[in-house]
Design a protein around this ligand. Structure first.
Ligand SMILES: Nc1ncnc2c1ncn2[C@@H]1O[C@H](COP(=O)(O)OP(=O)(O)OP(=O)(O)O)[C@@H](O)[C@H]1O
Ligand SMILES: [Mg+2]
Length: 413
């Protein structure tokens, strides 16, 4: 749309905390509800009343802060594996333990968002199936059905704090006097009572495997696999973390086999000592070496570009000339860093009135992740950020060709 139609726009509320059942459900149900600002060019924007201009600019800023999750070749392979495991495990009637999935990759590469999206979509389908097969089941109890539980590993994870984080998801009261066996039983009961099929433990590599407690925590994780759920573990560089230290790779199936848990037997979760099986999938960053890799990066940039609402953006702003290579150099092909650079760039482009992204404009911005919330630098969750040329001391003259052309610079004319 290039006409002067603005769109009604509701300011987003506080971002939902997915680590609680209520927050997860809220996020799942609203995750696709953001409506981006309508596309508009400079001429159409100039025709708006001052009030509509302000509202539209606010809507554009919100659009750039809520860029959609795009399917990438890497997220597609995680999705394929995760979906296969979750669905076949969820349909399994036998009491046998379910194979788990580990999703590994560098920080900011989209592990959390990709897994949450795949599992939320599974939950949508699973609930629809229940509704379809048995629409009158358990009236009034629907809130208690939680097919997916999302839990973040505490920064200094220990067996008891890991159990408490899971119970906190369900808002299950925990008494300070509960010992580990009681907590484990409570976790098993909560998973069962809520019909949970998938238990996600995010940032699992916060358990650095050299503390005395860590063996115990690892043992506990294997006990969770006896609770008839698909256990999904997400972490930075899982193979290098020590988490697989006792594991054995099976070349025939590609799976990792981990020894059985002491806890599961001690706490009566199962009678036998079966090995635990995990698929390990790597969510990589984009690469820029071969023609197919460059094509995939260009396709991603094309998707990002379609979400932007700058008023004077040339067609293919991110995908032509040296821009794709420049963006790759600035971000190492890490989707989260690209998102940050583009969001900051758009804010700058609107503030200066340039209303387009250029290498000159991006050159003046540095990506600062030092205050990133919910990330543990010690667990590798903050990736290395390539510096801009300016920071490397090879500053070029800034491209000022377009500097004073946009509406913010020219005033609301
Ligand atoms: N496929 C994608 N398309 C567009 N943006 C994405 C995609 N995947 C992730 N992002 C964005 O990148 C940012 C980082 O993603 P996410 O938090 O999932 O990374 P992570 O790998 O879990 O990082 P960490 O190891 O620090 O926990 C998020 O803001 C997210 O919106
Ligand atoms: Mg994450």
């Amino acid at each position: 749309m290039t006409s002067g139609d603005t769109a009604p726009f509701v300011l987003p509320g506080p971002s939902p905390a997915r680590e609680t059942l209520a927050g997860w459900q809220h996020w799942r149900l609203t995750r696709r509800s953001f409506v981006p600002a309508p596309a508009m060019d400079l001429a159409a924007w100039r025709l708006l009343s001052p009030k509509k201009k302000t509202l539209h600019d606010l809507h554009r800023a919100a659009t750039h802060a809520n860029l959609p999750l795009l399917t990438t070749p890497m997220s597609r392979s995680v999705e394929r594996l995760l979906n296969g495991r979750i669905e076949s495990n969820a349909l399994k009637l036998k009491p046998a333990t379910r194979a788990g999935v580990m999703v590994s990759g560098g920080g900011y590469q989209g592990k959390t968002e990709s897994v949450c999206e795949v599992t939320a979509a599974f939950e949508d389908r699973w609930l629809a199936l229940h509704q379809h097969l048995n629409p009158d089941a358990a009236p009034g109890c629907r809130d208690l059905h939680a097919p997916v539980a999302y839990v973040q590993t505490p920064v200094t994870a220990k067996p008891k704090s890991t159990c408490k984080a899971i119970l906190n998801f369900y808002d299950t009261p925990v008494s300070a006097r509960m010992d580990l066996p009681e907590l484990i039983h409570q976790v098993a009961a909560s998973l069962r009572d809520h019909g949970t099929k998938v238990l996600i433990l995010d940032d699992i590599t916060r358990l650095r495997m050299h503390r005395a407690d860590d063996q115990d925590t690892l043992d506990l994780i294997r006990a969770f696999m006896s609770m008839h759920v698909t256990l999904v573990l997400i972490g930075v560089d899982i193979p290098g973390s020590g988490l697989l230290r006792e594991g054995r790779h099976d070349a025939a199936t590609g799976q990792w086999h981990l020894p059985a848990s002491r806890h599961a037997k001690i706490h009566g979760l199962e009678a036998t000592q079966t090995e635990r099986r995990f698929d390990l999938v790597e969510l990589d960053r984009f690469r820029y070496d071969t023609a197919p890799q460059i094509a995939a990066w260009l396709q991603h940039l094309c998707g990002v570009q379609a979400g932007l609402r700058l008023l004077d953006a040339p067609e293919n702003m991110l995908t032509t000339g040296t821009m794709p290579e420049y963006l790759f150099q600035r971000t190492n092909g890490v989707v989260g860093l690209l998102e940050r650079l583009i969001e900051d760039g758009c804010r700058e482009a609107i503030a200066t009135g340039l209303e387009r992204l250029t290498e000159g404009l991006l050159e003046d911005l540095s990506i600062d992740l030092s205050h990133a919330p919910h990330r543990d630098p010690a667990a590798g969750e903050i990736p290395d950020v390539p510096t801009n040329r300016t920071a490397r001391g090879t500053r070029r003259g800034r491209n000022t060709v377009f500097d004073d052309r946009g509406p913010a610079a020219a005033g609301a004319s």
